[in-house]
Design a protein around this ligand. Structure first.
Ligand SMILES: Nc1ncnc2c1ncn2[C@@H]1O[C@H](COP(=O)(O)OP(=O)(O)OP(=O)(O)O)[C@@H](O)[C@H]1O
Ligand SMILES: O=C(O)c1ccc[n+]([C@@H]2O[C@H](COP(=O)([O-])O)[C@@H](O)[C@H]2O)c1
Length: 200
């Protein structure tokens, strides 16, 4: 196993929170802790992205976002990683395919806020995202309804786990997804960039 990428044992359930983290904030911490509890995850990796394929303006340098993410999230079961830059992927479908090959036997769960489920059908090979690993979706202010009515939610409606079975998500076989309606934290990187000048 390479030493510049995180370690996971076969059988472990590892949540993947992909993001620009430009900058990281309390909302990311909140999603991580709620998802860990709700979906029965052993660990969560923050995948600090080299750059969202759909965002035209590049984020702050990866090293700056990695440092800020490490300051923001200090938890013994959470790892901050730039693994996408290391393995050379930025499209999520490609990342998940690569991780499946790199970590045989590890049970990954793709995590995202409701805003991303609402947009998922615009991602490259988005069906591969739904079909590679189970997907855990966490409520976000303003996006709960659009997420649940979204093309991806409708296309995979029959594979949705009821909220009461949320703890089974990590041990489910894809396609399987679950939306959890947890208390929400109203913060975004966009708002922080606007008021703080982060990255400029
Ligand atoms: N407050 C929040 N509640 C729920 N999910 C969140 C929250 N903030 C971020 N997320 C989720 O975390 C992941 C990474 O988010 P990202 O780094 O894009 O932050 P962001 O605040 O959405 O950024 P931006 O405002 O630049 O779009 C995404 O899946 C996003 O939905
Ligand atoms: O694969 C895609 O086409 C794609 C399009 C938009 C976003 N994503 C991923 O979604 C995650 C959240 O992105 P962001 O910029 O909203 O933090 C991050 O891991 C991105 O790489 C992926």
């Amino acid at each position: 196993m390479r030493h510049d990428i995180p370690f996971a044992r076969p059988g472990q359930v590892v949540g993947l929170l992909g993001g620009s983290f430009d900058p990281p904030h309390e909302g990311h911490v909140h999603v991580t802790l709620e998802a860990m509890k709700a979906f029965g995850l052993d660990r969560v990796w923050w995948l600090v992205s080299p750059g969202n394929p759909l965002k035209r303006n590049g984020p702050a340098p990866l090293e700056q976002r990695m440092r800020a993410a490490r300051r923001m999230m200090r938890h013994p079961r959470v790892e901050i990683t730039d693994i996408e830059a290391r393995i050379g992927t930025r499209v999520t479908a490609d990342t998940l395919t690569a991780l499946g090959a790199l970590y045989p036997g590890v049970r990954f769960v793709w995590l995202m806020g409701a805003d991303n489920l609402a947009q998922l059908h615009k991602w490259r090979n988005w069906r591969t995202v739904m079909e590679s690993f189970p997907v855990g979706v966490v409520a976000r202010p303003g996006d709960r309804i659009s997420a649940r009515m979204s093309p991806a939610a409708r296309a995979y409606g029959q594979f949705r786990l009821d909220g009461q079975a949320r703890h089974l998500l990590g041990r489910s076989v894809a396609p399987a997804w679950c939306f959890v309606n947890v208390p929400m934290v109203n913060v975004s990187s966009t708002e922080i960039r606007t008021r703080s000048g982060w990255g400029r």
